[in-house]
Design a binder for this molecule. Structure first.
Ligand SMILES: [Zn+2]
Length: 404
């Protein structure tokens, strides 16, 4: 065997073991050998190295009643490494510092419009935010092993280039290089919906699921597709753009320039805009349109205002049609809906659910789980942090694919 191949095999075996402990731990060496198919000797060898590197630790159980023996289990050391995740949105930048298990230690949300700023300004903001958040977690920068940045738009994560983002006036930015140069810490950049998809795959609802779809609803509508355990990126490494799939030809104007896109009915800003238009047309009464927020619109709709409920219903149906089309093509096990937009709850997702049921082949629908993810403000940044964590788990053949 060539040396390169031997190194690769070693890396794959180590990755398998670390991932088994991440997923199933605390777990015994015998069970690891069974789950990974590796010999007990190999497991003993590799876990000894991981213990020495403080990636995992040994833990003795209490003597069991039936067999009276203590068992030695292996668990992941959450303090083995720390990473930072950064998520750029139209109206805010959020940060999270997480440990090796993707648990958030500190977070920060800076309400700032970055749309018309230069990339250098954004880099300064990110640098300050990261330093603040790391200090809040009572760590110093030397303890940080990776930085992940999530951004809406078309991102080539391998090259680290953002081709287009609604946050910039012009595309082709090298934000990743700027941040990496400032901290001298490995930095990754990825489309924001993909970071959430990867976080789901590694630490959430997508664990152990080979085929699933994540739909993110917030200022825009994004998505991530996992097929056969791999994140689908398409020809240019750009991936999926659900928000700009046209459902109604000639329909509502979208910010991308086309008409009738899903986003033009579902995104927060469009629901808000439709609510204002309906108010001005006298279909419902609003005291002050100029300061109306999406949260208020959601609250009033929830109390029963029919004109507003109609807007959500329409959005839910359009989203359902888009998702139904994807289910027909990919036949996924799960569709996970995430993002701030989940605040709409049944207003949006009941009609969505009904539409998916109506338009999907019954055999595909029966096996489909639709999950509306409970959403926290820091989940975007946590998703970006998860991307940096995956680097640390050292998947040697494809950094986005967990083996188990
Ligand atoms: Zn569009």
């Amino acid at each position: 065997m060539e040396v390169a191949n031997r190194e690769l095999t070693k890396a794959i075996n180590q990755f398998n073991i670390l991932n088994t402990i991440r997923k199933a731990g605390p777990i015994s060496r015998v069970e690891i050998a069974e789950l990974t198919g590796q010999s007990r000797a190999a497991v003993t060898n590799i876990t000894a190295r991981l213990i020495k590197e403080k990636m995992i630790f040994e833990k003795e159980t209490e003597p069991s009643a039936s067999r009276g023996r203590r068992r030695v289990l292996l668990g992941l050391n959450p303090a083995a490494a720390y990473v930072v995740g950064v998520k750029l949105s139209a109206f805010q930048v959020s940060f999270a510092v997480t440990d090796m298990q993707a648990d958030v230690l500190s977070s920060l949300i800076v309400p700032v419009r970055i749309g018309k700023r230069s990339v250098e300004f954004v880099a300064n903001l990110i640098e300050d935010g990261i330093r603040h958040c790391v200090a809040e977690a009572r760590l110093n920068m030397r303890k940080i092993s990776g930085i992940g940045i999530g951004i809406p738009g078309l991102v080539d994560s391998n090259k680290g280039i953002t081709y287009w983002s609604p946050l910039y006036r012009r595309g082709n930015t090298t934000l990743r290089e700027l941040i990496q140069d400032r901290f001298k810490i490995k930095t990754l950049i990825e489309n924001d919906a993909n970071t959430v998809t990867l976080a789901q795959q590694w630490f959430g609802e997508g664990r152990g699921v080979d085929n699933f779809i994540v739909v993110t609803v917030e200022h825009g509508v994004g998505m991530g597709i996992v097929v056969n355990g791999q994140l689908y990126r398409g020809l240019n490494g750009i991936g999926a753009e659900l928000g700009h799939m046209v459902i109604i030809p000639g329909g509502a104007q979208c910010r991308c320039g086309k008409r009738g896109c899903i986003e033009a009915y579902v995104a927060d800003y469009r629901i808000l805009q439709s609510a204002i238009e309906a108010g001005k047309a006298g279909r419902w009464k609003c005291p002050d349109y100029s300061s109306l927020t999406i949260e208020e619109v959601t609250g009033i709709a929830r109390k029963g205002e029919p004109a507003l409920r109609k807007i959500f219903k329409k959005g839910g149906e359009i989203l359902g049609l888009g998702i139904s089309g994807l289910v027909q093509i990919f036949n996924p096990e799960k569709v996970i809906v995430a993002g701030e937009g989940v605040r709409a709850g049944d207003l949006l997702f009941k009609p969505m659910h009904k539409t998916i049921e109506k338009h999907t082949t019954p055999e595909m629908y029966e096996t489909l789980q639709i999950i509306i993810q409970k959403w926290q403000d820091t989940d975007w940044a946590r998703g970006a942090a998860s991307m940096a964590l995956q680097e640390l788990y050292k998947s040697p053949f494809n950094r986005v694919r967990p083996v188990i």
